[in-house]
Design a protein around this ligand. Structure first.
Ligand code: SF4
Length: 334
């Protein structure tokens, strides 16, 4: 590991200033569950770390609001997952946290940092022997034509097919969450749908955040569709594994008629992926196993598969269909 400067500010403005002072070579450290791994692998070598773990003002959260839920960026995944109101009124949000990582990681990781976790592409993490445009721009992509079983089939480019690995951001995307950030230029609000970038020709640029910009808060608009929601995650083993396909689904139904459908996908795309065509196809009709399956298939019409990940088209369609029927069941009991 290489040496680096270390700062542990006590206020948001001091943290932002410390980032700006060392920009663009500083990295924010919160729970440390992603960055320390990458530093040990020599994938990341920041010249300065700004530790935001002492920013107590960012650790609180409130799920009792009548207009929005508010989560401080430094709140722990495990604390939010255990919130009874969230479990009842927004099960998709709570489940996306429960089904992520291990209890030890959830106890350390923050919900702000969780949004920024980096891909698990083995070629990215494997280092120098492998060309990787995300790690070293212009070097190529070992996954294209390589072992791509876990890679993306939506939002890919000829430069990168890495999958976005997170769960929480996918559930937040289904609910149109917004992020508040602070930088030396002031505050701004970013819709979650705009935070993550598709790789295009610049896969090393993963979000629209500036190097000196800190996420301070996540806000979720209140919706009755929250009660009839689920986060359905399919993976190789039942615990401590990343999604091969996942779907965050929320519904508002009137009798048998779908009045509102929200579908976001994980494990299959280069960023949290909103399946808007599938949502539109469900609107105004009855939700049956047949229409759920049709919506699932529609979500993958534009899929581009590689050598070993073609199964994700069928798996993804089934994941959506199952999630829709789970959410429908919850609509009846809510
Ligand atoms: Fe790198 Fe992306 Fe290719 Fe993986 S898929 S090797 S992260 S460029």
């Amino acid at each position: 590991m290489r040496s680096f400067a270390y700062a542990r500010p006590l206020t948001v403005m001091a943290a932002v200033q410390a980032l700006a002072d060392a920009s663009p070579h500083a990295r924010i450290i919160a729970g440390g569950t992603t960055l320390y791994d990458l530093m040990k692998l020599n994938i990341e070598a920041p010249q300065a770390l700004v530790d935001v773990s002492r920013l107590g003002e960012l650790t609180t959260f409130d799920t009792s609001g009548t207009r929005e839920l508010v989560f401080g960026a430094m709140a722990r995944m495990s604390d939010i997952a255990a919130d009874r109101t969230l479990q009842t009124d927004y099960p998709a949000l709570a489940e996306s946290l429960w089904l992520a990582a291990s209890p030890q990681v959830r106890n350390m990781a923050t919900v702000g940092g969780n949004l920024l976790q980096r891909t698990r592409c083995a070629y990215f993490r494997g280092g120098a022997p492998y060309p990787c445009n995300k790690r070293q721009p212009g070097s190529g992509c070992a996954a294209i034509g390589g072992l791509d079983r876990s890679h993306a089939i939506l939002g890919t480019s000829t430069s990168c097919v890495a999958v976005y690995p997170g769960d929480w951001a996918v559930a937040l995307a289904a609910f149109d969450a917004q992020l508040d950030t602070v930088s030396p230029r002031g505050e701004r609000t970013i819709p979650i749908d705009e935070l993550h970038r598709e790789p295009g020709e610049t896969p090393h640029l993963e979000t629209i955040l500036k190097p000196d910009e800190l996420i301070v808060r996540i806000r979720v608009p209140v919706t009755v569709a929250g009660r009839a929601s689920t986060y359905h995650k399919i993976r190789d083993r039942a615990s401590y594994a990343f999604a091969l396909a996942s779907a965050a689904v929320a519904l508002r139904v009137d009798g048998d008629t779908v009045r509102e459908a929200r579908i976001a996908l994980g494990g299959v795309a280069t960023r949290p992926w909103r399946a808007r065509d599938a949502e539109r196809a469900l609107m105004g009709g009855a939700l049956t196993e047949g229409s759920a399956r049709a919506a699932g298939e529609l979500a993958f019409t534009a899929a581009r598969t590689g050598q070993y990940n073609r199964f994700k088209v069928e798996l993804g369609a089934r994941t959506i269909a199952e999630a829709l029927m789970i959410a429908k069941g919850r609509a009846k009991t809510s």
